[in-house]
Write a protein that binds this ligand. Structure first.
Ligand code: HEC
Length: 122
């Protein structure tokens, strides 16, 4: 391949990479939940993920309206971003702030509200 053709191919490769980047930007809350949460919180969000048999503190049942309704959106956001320890809960609940953007965490808070069919105080 001559040099000009090589440059052309590289140039095209680069622009394809640039075009592809935005797809990395944001996943839907349901996708993020499936990727990062179900192994502990369960595919149905009921706290019965595949990890639980080895866990000393059980993951929250996200379908439990009574428990989840007792938490403000701000607290749920904080526990997802900074992990269980941020709210004096178990460190077995990991921090996701390095992996998920604030925007994605906000969407997850709303996703959890659909799982519990609840809001703060209800
Ligand atoms: C490695 C297992 C594990 C993974 C993965 C995990 N969690 Fe948790 N989570 C826990 C445990 C354990 C608790 C209970 C902590 C406690 O009660 O002390 C918890 C608690 C929570 C709580 C409730 C805190 C409260 O106020 O009771 C929320 C909300 C939560 N997790 C959201 C998530 C979300 C969203 C994800 C995915 C981004 C996720 N968790 C992934 C283990 C996990």
């Amino acid at each position: 391949m001559n040099r000009i053709a090589y440059r052309l191919v590289c140039g095209l490769g680069l622009s394809a990479a640039l075009i592809a980047t935005p797809a990395l930007a944001k996943e839907s809350a349901a996708d993020n939940y499936r990727t990062y949460c179900v192994q502990c919180h369960g595919a149905q969000g009921n706290g019965k993920g595949i990890n639980v048999r080895d866990m000393s503190v059980l993951p929250r049942d996200h379908t439990d309206a009574k428990e989840m309704g007792a938490r403000s959106d701000a607290d749920i956001f904080k526990v997802i971003k900074q992990g269980g320890v941020a709210l004096n809960k178990s460190a077995l609940m990991p921090a996701w702030g390095d992996i998920l953007s604030d925007d994605e965490i906000n969407d997850l808070v709303q996703h959890l509200r659909t799982l519990c069919k609840c809001s703060y105080g209800k």
